[in-house]
Ligand binder design. Sequence first.
Ligand code: MSP
Length: 663
Amino acid sequence: MPEKKEKFYLTTPIYYTNGLPHIGHTYTTVVADVIRRYKRMRGYDVVMTTGTDEHGVNVERAAKKAGVPESEFVAKMADAWRALWDELGIPADEFVRTTDLTHVRTVQWLFKLCRENGYVYKGHYTGQYCIYDNAFVNDAKPGDNCPDCGRPLETITEENYFFKLSSFQKPLLDFYKKNPGFIQPDTRRNEIISFVEGGLKDLSITRTTIRWGIPVPGEEPHVFYVWFDALTAYLSAVGGPEYEKRGYWPADLHLVGKDIIRFHTVYWPAFLMAAMLPVPKQVWAHGWFLMDAAKMSKSKGNVVLPRPIVNMLGMDALRYFLLRDVVFGQDGNFSYDALVTRYNSDLANGLGNLASRTAALIEKNFAGKIPKPAALKPQDEALAKEAQAAIGEVLENFDKLSFARALETIWTLIAAADKYLTSEQPWALGNSEADQFRKATVLWTTAELLRIVAALAFPVLPDSAAKVWSLLGQSDALGKFELDGLRWGQLVPGTSLGKSQTLFPRVDKTEAIERIESMANEELNPPKAVPAPAASAPAATGASAAAAAAPAVSDKIGIEDFAKVEMRVGQIKTAERIVGADKLLKLTVDIGTEIRQICAGIAQYYEPESLIGRKVAVVVNLAPRKLRGVESNGMIVAASVGPEGRPVLTGFHEEVEVGARLK
Ligand code: MSP
């Protein structure tokens, strides 16, 4: 444990704003969040940066297509990126936008330093340029396609400022040698060393053909070219020219995808060396998540979105899958099948089941208080030893960013505890004093193992590990727990268990995949915008709140308009909660002529059982649609009460026939 909190600064790439986040981007940000939580639990003062890369031709074009100024376009996109990270519980400590004023100043300052030190000159450049990847393609001929994305290259000739990258061949090679950990994993280091050994060409760092960029002071129309601008964001985020005051620079870790390793390990240290600024300590390149064996991209139509997965299975499930299924550094295939299989086996049947089983046994046998262990048998000691050893192993693997290994060790422990419970069978023991002692020992041992599992799993499963932690009666915030102090034997007998809760409800694989895909489809092809419901309209609790909205033009409608809405008396036959949709209930409703499935947004106010048999008003001629991936065919009418819009279902004071029309 560092004496005074040592600082740790890590970054994700800053993401392009001409698209929205998919699972590939989420992966990098999740990994950064895991490292941040882990380092905090090891006593570091951590800052994690992410942000948006907002300049360049692509943005110029996208804004034009959207018919808005670039600044407006990027502001909306940056908000959307930031909002998603917030929603997923992985917000940055510093969110940097390349249109921020501090960033603009930092780029101009870095350029000035490089220029003053003699590493910048003016020249002309003609090259084949991929506008999608924002990179010149060396050795390409006019008419070639981009070797990375396959799209046509463009020939560009213009006056540029050049950075003397060629002067840095030797300094870079010396630097790699002196700092063998700088580029990780090792295979990537070897690739980069061969690339640099092959010779470095000077690099154009400004453009005159682009308008939407940071101006080179006094040299307009020159604007900075994408990478000189983007990489500098890491420094702007922690103070820019005043970086020394904040004390986080140089960065400890830049996390990047393998596609952008060269920019981070060749250009970036060279820019900093030229400016005589400190160079980051490590760049870690992870692999890609592939879909159908190809890198995800919107143009290929194979993107996987994070939100539908999180709605269905929870964020912890997504985090677990991303880190457990693929060795960090290598490519991995993304499949919903593998995701749901892991969810059911490792989370629902594994951790979730062990936690609920242990808590239920303690509840039943020891009135919800952690029992005091008695004499230990060899099998108890063996489990204790395994757990104690796992602590060291897991920390070591987290330190090496071997997440899959760390999780494997934790889940081996969970499996060992399952096996232990199955063979010790505390539920089969009687009430004799000896049996009571044995029960206490077995259940304390299992609970103590769970406590250790929760602490170790927290960086990856922050929500559910914290739930296990409080289930075991631990009142301190788990995120602040110091892992260096974690030892077997710290669980205090007599501690009262916290409230029990389901951690990971088991799901049906086919249904879960169908619902995730359907939600993704809804998100990728959103329904056309419709006017908001009028304040006096009844709460629309069914298929389409928006479709029930009053017309915006006039506040009076003709009888013929009302006649278009077919409302009938329906009787609720069944009602159930929907996994992954806290607000919705799935109802089946008899409307006289048929039984309909209707989703209603009333789950927070009505217990499903209380609704069975109830007669309600139903809009029966609404177009069916899917809500959170579940088909809904109609709408239950309710009043909307109070500022929070609490739904109150309609009812009838006299006997009415099911199917009767409301007029
Ligand atoms: N803006 C540049 C980075 C500038 S950093 C100074 C950029 N942006 S990006 O939006 O295209 O992608 C950034 C990163 O997203 C990739 O490097 C990688 O970390 C992540 N990924 C994008 N697609 C991915 C997958 N399919 N799989 C895993 N990660 C991927 O490049």
